[in-house]
Each structure stands twice: as C-alpha cells, then as structure tokens.
Design a protein around this ligand. Structure first.
Ligand code: FES
Length: 178
C-alpha cells in the first residue's frame, strides 16, 4: 500500500460503510477505534493493541497506517511498538492458541497448559511452530477470571481449560496426538 493510499484511507473514516479503500476490510475495525478515540495521539498503544488483535501481528504497513492516522512520525510508532513485548511483528501460524497467565489463571494451572502445548507441538511460548501450523501465546489477564483458566483458540474464548482439554482442542484443529 502506498503512502498516498494509506493517507487517504486513514482520512476516510467518515465514508459510508462498505469496501475499505485499502482492499482489506480489517482496517475498518482499526478505523472504528481511531474514530472512537478521536485520533488522539495518546491512544497510540491502545490503537496498536486493536490493530494487533485484528491482524494478529503488526506489519510495517500497519505501523505506517497507524502513524499516518494519528499524525505521528513512523519512527516513533515503530519505537513504541518495539519497546513493548506485548507486540509481535511475525504473522501468526494457521492456528493460534493464547493461554491467559494472569494470576487467577496461573493459580489454576495455566502454566501447565502452556508447558503441555509447548512440549507437544515443540513450540516455545510466544512463537510459531516450524511448520507454521500453530502459534502459542500467553496473555495477561483477559478479564474473565471467573472462567479461569482461560484459553483463546482461533479467537474463541474457552473457560475452565485443563492441559488435556487444551491439547484435545489443538489436536482437533492442528493434528497430532495432543
Ligand atoms: S487471570 Fe486469566 S482471565 Fe483473569
């Protein structure tokens, strides 16, 4: 996407609903957040979070898009994004398993779930398996502590998970013995 396209896309948040000018309607969700936050520059980190939630990672195009929308230097946006470990710059694998390791989930065995999936699929937490079939991530509290331990698999929030239930879930999507 060219700079000109990105600028026009970022400035077109008031357009009628429909096809996003970038050709990728996922940008609509980022635009919605930008509009809601009135393009406030102090919303940079929150905007990057939204973009990462939508796209699964932050590409250079996405960082430039956010920079233009918030009228910030791309170098600054890049600097902020790389400073925080919460952001990832690699595209996720075919399937994504995020284990909440916040306090409530941790005390109910979230760490065992992470270790179990990591060992079964030979993928360290925070990374994608070599065949790119599975990305294993951890997250801070997802705000559903009453459902602990919480796992988000391919965007679906799953409550009261165990090592075995999570392995079964991953195996049903990715394959393997679980
Ligand atoms: S600690 Fe996992 S949802 Fe709150």
């Amino acid at each position: 996407m060219s700079d000109t396209t990105m600028r026009s896309v970022a400035e077109a948040a008031d357009r009628a609903p429909g096809e996003h000018p970038s050709g990728d309607n996922r940008f609509d969700l980022v635009d919605k957040h930008l509009k809601r936050s009135r393009y406030a520059q102090d919303q940079l980190i929150e905007t990057l979070h939204v973009a990462q939630d939508v796209f699964g990672f932050l590409s250079e195009d996405i960082l430039i898009y956010v920079a233009r929308a918030l009228r910030l230097p791309p170098s600054m946006v890049y600097g902020v994004a790389t400073f925080y470990q919460l952001f990832t710059f690699d595209p996720p694998g075919d399937h994504s398993c995020t284990v909440c390791t916040g306090t409530a989930c941790f005390v109910k065995g979230a760490d065992d779930i992470v270790q179990g999936v990591s060992a079964a699929y030979n993928v360290p937490a925070g990374e994608t398996s070599e065949d790119r079939s599975l990305t294993l991530k951890t997250a801070r509290c997802l705000g559903s502590c009453g459902l602990a331990p919480v796992v988000v698999f391919d965007g679906e929030v799953l409550s009261h998970q165990s090592v075995q239930s999570t392995l079964d879930l991953v195996a049903s999507a990715v394959g393997g013995d679980g």
